[in-house]
Design a binder for this molecule. Structure first.
Ligand code: ADP
Length: 164
């Protein structure tokens, strides 16, 4: 079985993440989407909320498992017996950090390789940080995230959802 993992914070999941998820699910028998439970960061959404939003947004993709994990990525990769880590590359600014991460993971666990998918042009500017910023000021995020996610973001910020 050809198993991969797409790890990230997904705080929240964006249309850019979903594009990477759909494309990589076609390349592997099974794709784990691993939501990092990072206790040192204070995310907008709890890890359970992030997992639930991802589950909802990917409900139609049959070979996907959305799970949370904490600690070292390579330990989780070993635990689920995956052989590939999928990451997305938006621009040259992503490259340096992603290369370092991929090489570190490969040294820590030589059986794992990282595969990069380039962001679709229409999402290459998109990040969870920017979406949070726009939503916090009540801006329109309907082109950035699924409707359910937008709704929950406005709720978090105590802002009336203009689409409803
Ligand atoms: P992290 O906090 O680990 O960077 P993110 O959830 O922000 O986690 O991103 C997870 C992965 O998805 C990273 O490889 C990132 O480069 C990629 N990614 C983020 N936004 C996009 C996007 N708009 N298009 C394609 N890939 C993206």
């Amino acid at each position: 079985m050809n198993r991969a993992i797409y790890p990230g914070s997904f705080d929240p999941v964006t249309n850019g993440h979903l594009d990477i998820i759909k494309r990589s699910a076609e390349l592997f028998d099974e794709l784990y989407v691993g939501v990092l439970n990072n206790t040192s960061k204070s995310p907008l959404f709890s890890v359970e909320e992030r997992v639930n939003m991802l589950k909802e947004a990917t409900a139609e993709i049959r070979n996907i498992k959305v799970v949370s994990f904490q600690g070292l990525l390579v330990d989780f990769v070993k635990e689920i017996d995956a052989s590939v880590v999928v990451r997305g590359l938006r621009a040259i600014t992503d490259f340096e950090y992603e290369l370092q991460l991929a090489q570190t993971n490969h040294v820590l666990y030589p059986s794992v390789d990282t595969m990069f998918l380039t962001a679709k042009l229409e999402y290459s500017y998109l990040s969870s940080t920017i979406v949070r910023e726009v939503a916090s000021f009540g801006g329109d995020i309907s082109k950035f995230v699924p409707d359910e996610v937008a709704k929950r973001m406005y709720e978090k910020y105590g802002i009336e959802d203009k689409n409803n």
